[in-house]
Design a protein around this ligand. Structure first.
Ligand code: ADP
Ligand code: MG
Length: 274
């Protein structure tokens, strides 16, 4: 069984009289070491999936398992939340303390770890996100990208096996986005971290090994970067292929190129030179 497993999960929000199905018959597995991008247009159910992963929401139907433990068992939630850390969109809503190290210490303190271990984890987590020098500083003066890196450090300090980023770059400027993506890259490389990156930036999805596409709460595509060849299908559900892919497809239509496998700028430049 995958480290994370959704088994025929459906979930509807009970907002007054109207029931909104947010996730419908969703089956999905993520193995340890994978880097998966979860994409879909607004309202397709991505954040609901993120909240179902660690039991912030519980399925109406089906089941969610983390490391073999069902989120539906209350007694599993502590262990599940040690294994899966979720970083949300707005870094300002994720800061609680006035000193950065206290903020990052919040998670490990809740695990009841001894002070020396907490301190070591805070140092390690801040180093992982390139914010080691800011340990004694205050979060308020940080840029958006720096704040989001501190939020990631707060999750890392729990030493999760899986990091879920729910549109964690969407409120950042390009510099901040690049900072966060660099952190994800180094966590993949140095810590072999399992990552589920929820994003509506197709260029970001290209960084992942696997791309899962949600539409109307249903999983409609799940595969490698070749799914971007299904550009028309993606457009029909409000998504577009990455810019490079779209340019390559236009050039192909115009008879300039005949290469169907171009997904990054280097490949496009190479094909054009040829
Ligand atoms: P995404 O993250 O892909 O934008 P969400 O998971 O937030 O999608 O939302 C999926 C669906 O559930 C949407 O139709 C949305 O309007 C609805 N929804 C999300 N949160 C709530 C909520 N707290 N109450 C009622 N409906 C909600
Ligand atoms: Mg969302």
């Amino acid at each position: 069984m995958g480290f994370i497993k959704f088994e025929n999960v459906s979930y509807a929000y009970n907002s007054g009289a109207a029931e909104t199905p947010a996730v419908v018959d969703f089956s999905f597995e993520v193995n340890e070491g994978e880097f998966v991008a979860l994409v879909g247009h607004n309202g397709s159910g991505k954040s609901t999936v993120a909240k179902l992963v660690n039991g912030l929401l519980l399925p109406d139907e089906g089941a969610v398992y983390v490391d073999g433990m069902s989120t539906a068992e209350r007694s599993n939630l502590f262990e599940i939340r040690k294994r899966v850390g979720v970083v949300f969109q707005n870094p300002d809503n994720q800061m609680i303390a006035t000193i950065i190290e206290d903020d990052v210490a919040f998670g490990p303190e809740n695990l009841g770890l001894p002070p020396a271990e907490i301190s070591a984890r805070v140092g390690w987590a801040l180093e992982c996100v390139g914010m080691g020098e800011h340990r004694k500083g205050t979060p308020f003066r940080l840029s958006g990208g720096q704040k989001q890196r501190v939020a990631i450090a707060g999750v890392l300090a729990i030493k999760p096996r899986v990091l879920v980023l729910d549109e964690s770059t969407s409120m950042l400027d390009p510099v901040g986005r690049a900072e966060v993506l660099r952190v994800v890259g180094s966590l993949r490389k140095n810590e072999n971290m399992t990552v589920i990156m929820i994003t509506h930036f197709m260029e970001e999805a290209l960084l992942a090994d696997r791309i899962a596409v949600l539409n109307g709460g249903r999983l409609v595509m799940d595969g490698g970067r070749e799914i971007f060849k299904r550009a028309e299908e993606l457009e029909s559900i409000g998504l577009s292929a990455p810019l490079v892919k779209r340019v390559a497809m236009k050039l192909r239509k115009a008879g300039v190129l005949d290469d169907d496998d171009i997904l990054d700028a280097d490949a496009l430049a190479g094909a054009l030179c040829r």
